[in-house]
Write a protein that binds this ligand. Structure first.
Ligand code: C5P
Length: 295
């Protein structure tokens, strides 16, 4: 029998919201959502080693590494559910900007669930991992599934879609972040003029219709999130030839969708000074996955 794994490294993609609608208020103040989410090729890399204790480190990042960190919460949730009396030494190599709406914290949580499942041979199913993930954050089940999904409810109702028609993104992270609870609280005050048709977008994806996908793109949190640069960044992306431009998640990042890699790269280059970080990104067809193991 092979010796037990001592370490695993997991790659977990960031996401963009091709659409985000708020469709209702749930008991407890949470919002029922309807979204189409897309994994993109910007990755959190998470290495987990066997340990007696629970420790999270994030070298080079200023995210808090204590019990509020989504990776920490994911580890506690995993050990509680499985009953394993074990720990983990978790190193987050963060590439996804924080408070961007790109799901970096959710990717970290998904990576920890997938990584611990492999490291300790727990054999939890994808649906068990998604149920654990949903208790950590609304975007964690998607971060586990990846690819292209229609996501509803509290992020827990997920339907995998066929791959999105070929497209590329220029993503601009402005010099400020946006807090998700604050964006939802503002939505409760002012509502939204935008309610994208996520069903139409799903149909367009199923039909391989990029123009239809773009026609249905939109984000109901865009105005209430209050990003000072959101409108001007969208305009700038459209002026660079984007087929659609919108905010992702609860912001603050704004992205344009292009029908060629060259156009997305040219737009990212042209708008490099408009944000703290600017990325040219492509599609990723997967979710959080183990890329390396050590014995
Ligand atoms: O689940 P996540 O940690 O991303 O949510 C952060 C906060 O955003 C929640 O505490 C809640 O205030 C708000 N939220 C919401 N409705 C959702 C998702 C998040 O009101 N469906």
């Amino acid at each position: 029998m092979a010796s037990p794994l001592q370490s695993v490294t997991v790659l977990a993609p960031a996401k963009l919201n091709l659409s985000l609608d708020v469709v209702g208020l749930l008991p407890g103040g949470y919002h029922a959502l309807d979204m189409v989410m897309q994994a993109v090729d910007l990755y959190e890399q998470v290495t987990i080693r066997r340990s007696q204790d629970l420790l999270v480190r994030a070298p080079g990042s200023r995210v808090p590494t204590g019990p509020k960190n989504t990776a920490y919460k994911a580890a506690l949730t995993f050990f509680h559910y499985t009953g394993l009396l074990a720990g983990a030494d978790i190193t987050l190599r963060k590439a996804v900007p924080v408070r961007a709406g790109m799901g970096g914290g959710s990717a970290d949580a998904a990576a920890v669930l997938v990584g611990l499942n492999a490291l300790y041979g727990a054999r939890l199913s994808m649906s068990e991992l998604c149920a654990l993930g949903a208790s950590i954050g609304a975007d964690v089940p998607f971060a586990l599934m990846g690819g292209t999904c229609r996501v509803q409810g509290l992020g827990d109702l997920i339907r995998a879609l066929p791959p999105c028609p070929a497209c590329w993104f220029a993503v601009i992270m402005p010099g400020y972040g946006i807090s998700t609870p604050a964006a939802f609280a503002a939505y409760d005050q002012v509502g939204s003029p935008t309610h994208p048709d996520c069903a139409a977008q799903e149909a367009a994806i199923r039909a391989g219709d990029l123009a239809g996908l773009c026609a249905a793109a939109g984000n109901a949190l865009e105005t209430c999130a209050g990003g000072a640069d959101t409108a001007s960044l969208k305009e700038a992306l459209l002026a660079q030839g984007a087929m659609a431009a919108l905010m992702t998640g609860s912001g603050a990042a704004v992205f344009g969708l292009f029908d060629s890699r060259q156009k997305a790269q040219a737009a990212a280059h042209a708008l490099a000074d408009r944000g703290r970080q600017v990325f040219a990104l492509g599609l990723d067809r997967g979710g959080a996955r183990v890329i390396r193991t050590g014995r």
